[in-house]
Design a protein around this ligand. Structure first.
Ligand SMILES: Cc1cc2nc3c(=O)[nH]c(=O)nc-3n(C[C@H](O)[C@H](O)[C@H](O)COP(=O)(O)O)c2cc1C
Length: 368
């Protein structure tokens, strides 16, 4: 990938991203036959909240907002993919340009603003993936959000409406209250607002389950790295109270601390992702695990290689996700991370991925 970087990086970042998703979508069947792209090993498989994940390396939300390339992500060795953020109806997002590469920091800044096709179109695409059997091979998380123009008091209804359409295709639900690019969204992390949204999501989830006779899906909340320690504790404490299951730590940051990139790039508005997020994301993970060792955590932010994935799993994350590293490390990233995890497990005598968690980390849902 490093050799290809100059050619790829000559293309506008958003065009390159859309082209990459299209390529993965159309090349799925071909990719499935490329040797070494997928690592299949029972030692990587685990159940989290009753969902069986073939490996712990997922694609973070916002890469395949449309649910366009599920079979391709499977072929590339991902253990799960989080589709979205999806809003109840389509919206365009912010004006372009809205995505920037910061190669000196191996980072990105984006202010996409939930550009997406809306829940009905995304549901149709996921229905096609379900008919082809892909959703049985790779768990798809559905990440939901509110429309830009919906006021805070209508937010809960937006989340529920998006879920209403997408529920049949979700392995888990991610409630995104942490994008910096929808005005006021991150204020929804405050306990009373968040409780209202989670109530609406959890009750839609239960209604769907009882209507269909199927199990309800685990509900995860995705948080921002700017939460103070107390705010993070409050979110974690709220999960049990409202019947939500886990937490995704973390979304992009508005901080620009310690960057090497030129000021004109650093000063672009939006959320920063990639290498600079690794340390804050790990710190937040540790705090959640210390506060609530039974709460499953998906760790995301600056995971670039097997060493970093190992560190997150060792710190108590059940799963990790990548986004920015795919831009800098290329399409073999998931396979490389999984292979590296297996090598380290062999070297350290770890029998399977579940054993990586520190001894005090328990899974409340184990045995589901
Ligand atoms: C261009 C771009 C778009 C994103 N869109 C979303 C989104 O729609 N919903 C969401 O929850 N996170 C979104 N994210 C955040 C990522 O899922 C992830 O939390 C963040 O980038 C940190 O991980 P990374 O350092 O591996 O990129 C987006 C990130 C990028 C770079």
């Amino acid at each position: 990938m490093r050799r290809l970087r100059p050619a790829v990086f000559a293309v506008d970042p958003e065009r390159a991203h859309v082209a990459a998703v299209r390529a993965v979508a159309s090349a799925g069947p071909v990719l499935a036959r490329v040797p070494g792209l997928r690592v299949r090993d029972p030692r990587l498989r685990q159940d989290v909240c009753g969902v069986s994940f073939p490996n712990p390396v997922g694609l973070g939300a916002g890469y395949d907002k449309w649910g366009a390339a599920v079979s391709g992500w499977h072929a590339l060795g991902f253990g799960f993919v989080e589709v979205g953020t999806v809003t109840p109806q389509a919206q365009e997002g912010n004006p372009r340009p809205r995505l920037y590469r910061l190669p000196d920091d191996e980072a990105l800044i984006n202010r996409m603003g939930f550009n997406n096709d809306g829940a009905p179109a995304t549901a149709r695409r996921l229905a096609a993936a379900a008919r082809s059997g892909w959703l049985r091979r790779i768990p798809v998380g559905v990440n939901i959000g509110k429309l830009k123009d919906t006021p805070a008091d209508g937010a809960a209804a937006d989340y529920a409406a998006a879920l209403d359409r997408l529920w049949p295709y979700a392995a888990y639900i991610a409630v995104n209250v942490s994008s910096p690019n929808t005005p006021g969204l991150r204020d929804l992390q405050e306990s009373s607002q968040l409780a209202g949204i989670l109530d609406a999501v959890v009750s839609m989830n239960r209604d769907k389950a009882s209507l269909t006779g199927l199990r309800s899906h685990p509900v995860f909340v995705k948080v921002a790295p700017e939460l103070s320690a107390d705010q993070l504790d409050a979110v974690v404490d709220l999960l049990g109270a409202v019947g939500a299951d886990g937490i995704i730590v973390c979304n992009t940051t508005t901080s620009r601390d310690g960057l090497q990139s030129p000021a004109e790039l650093r000063d672009e508005q939006g959320g920063l992702s990639g290498r600079p997020l690794a340390a804050p994301s790990l710190e937040m993970l540790r705090r959640v695990v210390a506060r609530a060792p039974h709460v499953p955590v998906v760790s995301v932010g600056g995971v670039f290689d097997a060493d970093e994935a190992w560190r997150r799993l060792r710190a108590g994350a059940k799963l990790v996700q990548v986004w920015t590293a795919l831009v800098y490390e290329g399409p073999r990233l998931a396979a490389r991370i999984n292979r590296g995890l297996l090598e380290r497990m062999d070297a350290e005598g770890v029998r399977d991925v579940r054993e990586l968690a520190p001894p005090h980390v328990t899974d409340a849902s184990a045995g589901d």
